[in-house]
Ligand binder design. Structure first.
Ligand code: URA
Length: 250
């Protein structure tokens, strides 16, 4: 993408379309040659046209009569359903399969911002913006994540103190966990808010107290709640206001 100080970033149309997953550059050139690409209502004649890569391009450009896919940077909010994995490497259906197939061919690629286990549901963020991803998952960001935890056995009563202590160790880790906060809802139901994202952290914390997590759901990141009207499996573009809430540490 060519940029100059103070100028709008531009990119060659064939490259932009290829990066958005519409096909190879040659296939993108063929779309233009077949008069299937319009900008501001006019057919685009040349695939080497430099187009401004701004959020409104999506409204201004049509491909085969359909608005262009959102250009980068793309930030998504998803209600992750149970039973899907967050990694390309893990076996099984992944959260990426819930997105339009063309988005799997985007460059830069879309990644999850942190991961939820296969059997955890709830608020998941995804982005193609590597800088943003690191800003959110970095321990320095200190962003809280809240989980609704259903337990096999009743809480004993000392878990809140253990989790808040800042010196709890979980199996296989030498570094103590940062203080976490527990709010009891019922003997086998609670909220747990953690400020880091170690592997299977919530499950391991309860295992360490002799209990077992039977259901786990993340409903909040920073100050952003999973919208109540968002069905499991649904996703959409995160608004700027919502991104501001994510960065709010709470
Ligand atoms: N902690 C876990 O144990 N699992 C998750 O999916 C998220 C946090």
């Amino acid at each position: 993408m060519s940029t100059a100080r103070g100028k709008i970033p531009t990119m060659r149309l064939d490259r932009l379309l290829a990066n958005l997953g519409y096909g190879s550059r040659r296939e993108a050139q063929a779309l233009v040659a077949a008069a299937l690409v319009t900008l501001d209502g006019e057919t685009v004649a040349k695939a080497d046209l430099h187009v401004p890569v701004t959020p409104d391009l999506q409204r201004r450009m049509l491909i085969e009569g359909v608005p262009l896919d959102p250009p980068p940077p793309l930030i998504l909010i998803m209600h992750k359903p149970l039973g899907v994995v967050c990694s390309h490497r893990e076996p099984g259906r992944s959260v990426y399969a819930l997105l339009p197939p063309r988005w799997a061919r985007r460059d830069p690629a879309i990644s999850t911002i942190g991961r939820l286990d296969k059997e955890t549901s709830g608020l998941l963020l995804m982005t193609d913006d590597g800088g943003l991803l690191h800003r959110i998952i970095s321990p320095k960001a200190d962003i809280a994540k809240r989980y609704l935890v259903t337990l096999e056995c009743s809480l004993r009563g000392n878990e809140a103190d253990i989790f808040a202590s800042g010196n709890m160790l979980i199996e296989g880790e030498a570094k103590p966990l940062l203080p976490a906060s527990l709010e009891v809802i019922a003997p086998t139901l609670c909220w747990l808010t953690i400020r880091e994202g170690r592997y299977h952290q919530v499950r391991s914390m309860f295992e360490a107290t002799g209990n077992h997590v039977i259901a786990l759901h993340r409903d909040r990141i920073g100050g952003l709640d999973l919208p109540e009207d968002m069905a499991a499996g649904a996703y959409r573009i995160l608004t700027d206001v919502e991104l501001g809430l994510v960065m709010d540490r709470r």
